[in-house]
Design a binder for this molecule. Structure first.
Ligand code: SF4
Length: 305
């Protein structure tokens, strides 16, 4: 391609990215504006924030949550809401120390209140100790415990919403994983409305951005940090689905967006067909569950007293 063609569609400066749907090339400044406008557009269109909200922002210190805090720190005051960063320290040696420092640095630089909740404090042990002998189930066990830890963090900081950094790739992978597992209840599950008294509504403002767009945004704003990978990553079905979906997206652009639309359609028809199933409380810890004993108590082998 000649350099004359590789120009920003809006100002004719050299382009740094090419985007599809709609097809456009953008320079650094217009790409940053485009990303911010899409995220703010989705937050307002889907009414994710109400005036007076105190929004817990899940901040792992990695790229997605860094972008999430940067964007919400910019938008929330104008929407009458306040961000408070929450970090879960699972206790993963050689990984969590550095990402925790990155999270603390960012919250400190932006002047955002920051709370840290540890697995050791909540569950009596670090993830490394909990996983001894079942390392291959790392992400499955961690995912269940992290969800509970986030619920606890939200209670501790008195938040009215929980924002997480899930991007378009994450969400599309989840749709495909639920299909591959034949897990229709998970596919239909919508956490955006919350459960009064138990869960606050959960919002995902970055679900309109691909992972590549988030990395580019951070690089252009000089916030990209090369951090270690979690040693348990890649043990789950997700890493296979990630590779497969990246290939499909490359060969058939728009695949991920179509998967999201598919899930939207499933949720809509599920809502119309039957009312939400009633949940009960766990016999051991009292948290909400669909059975008699919740997944956290089962994973930790907790017994009734
Ligand atoms: Fe937990 Fe898996 Fe994420 Fe590591 S990669 S923090 S084990 S969910």
């Amino acid at each position: 391609m000649s350099s004359a063609e590789n120009r920003c569609s809006l100002c004719r400066e050299p382009a740094v990215v090419r985007l599809t749907e709609p097809e456009r090339r953008l320079c650094a400044g217009h790409f940053i504006e485009d990303v911010e406008a899409r995220v703010l557009g989705s937050v307002t269109r889907e009414q994710m924030i109400a005036p007076g909200d105190r929004v817990a922002v899940g901040l792992s210190g990695g790229k997605d949550s860094t972008a999430l805090l940067l964007l919400l720190h910019r938008f929330l005051p104008a929407l009458g809401a306040t961000p408070v960063a929450v970090t879960i320290d699972e206790g993963i040696a050689g990984y969590r120390e550095e990402t925790l420092r990155a999270a603390q640095d960012l919250a400190g630089e932006l002047g955002v209140e920051h709370a840290i909740v540890t697995f050791a404090d909540l569950f009596g042990e670090d993830l490394d100790a909990i996983l001894v002998g079942r390392e291959s189930q790392g992400c499955t066990v961690c995912g269940v415990l992290r969800r509970r830890a986030l619920v606890e963090a939200v209670k501790r900081v008195g938040a009215t919403k929980l924002a997480t950094g899930h991007n378009l790739d994450d969400e599309a992978q989840s749709v495909l994983m639920n299909v591959l597992r034949g897990d229709l209840p998970r596919l239909r599950q919508d956490t955006s409305t919350g459960q009064p008294g138990h869960f606050v509504p959960r919002i995902k403002p970055l679900a309109v951005l691909s992972e590549k767009e988030i990395v580019t945004y951070l690089l252009l704003r000089a916030y990209y940090r090369d951090l270690p990978e979690c040693p348990y990553a890649g043990t789950a079905l997700r890493s296979e689905v990630r590779t497969m979906l990246a290939g499909l997206e490359h060969r058939h652009p728009g695949t991920m967006l179509r998967l999201m639309r598919f899930r939207g359609g499933i949720r809509q028809s599920a809502r119309a067909a039957e009312p939400a199933k009633a949940l009960s409380t766990c016999r051991i810890c009292g948290e909400l569950t669909s059975g008699e004993v919740c997944q956290v108590c089962r994973l930790l082998g907790r017994k009734e007293r």
